[in-house]
Design a protein around this ligand. Sequence first.
Ligand SMILES: Cc1cc2nc3c(=O)[nH]c(=O)nc-3n(C[C@H](O)[C@H](O)[C@H](O)COP(=O)(O)O)c2cc1C
Length: 159
Amino acid sequence: MDAQAKKTALRGITYGLYVIGTKIGDGDVNAFTGNWVTQTSFDPPLVAIGVKKGTTSYDGIVASQVFSVNVLETGQKDLAFKFFKPVTRVGNKFDDVEFYTATTGSPILKDALSWFECKVIDVNDRGDHALILGEVVDAGVHREGEPLNLRETGLFYGG
Ligand SMILES: Cc1cc2nc3c(=O)[nH]c(=O)nc-3n(C[C@H](O)[C@H](O)[C@H](O)COP(=O)(O)O)c2cc1C
């Protein structure tokens, strides 16, 4: 295989950019920014995410069996950047980012455009990231708007 072609072709997949939340440890929550998110079924509504093994979030999702996906708005690159590295939570804030919880207890960012949350129904551990399949059990819309694209941030995660 041509390694450069593989990288270029895989980077041709278009993505959004999302803040994915979950529960960790004893009553705590965590969140990270990721782009490997896609719907895979209408009925039941299923969503797949790719989650790096060995991260706080991976361990939390596998243990708690729940996660949330926060859809960011175009222009919210700064918000996305806050969750590329480990975050600390104080009360209902990750630094200055406010969140609340709904059905599963996973964090929902007040400033996200919209959100949905899932119960995990399958974990496939084959790669360096796990393919985690979730059934959507709740969702909400904070406002109308255009979702954030990975491309507009100038970043890539894939290849
Ligand atoms: C552009 C970009 C996209 C990313 N997408 C994902 C992703 O889809 N899945 C993932 O597990 N990590 C992804 N990451 C890496 C996580 O943001 C990073 O590992 C994060 O620190 C994990 O948080 P945690 O250690 O608090 O669990 C991405 C990083 C960048 C820069």
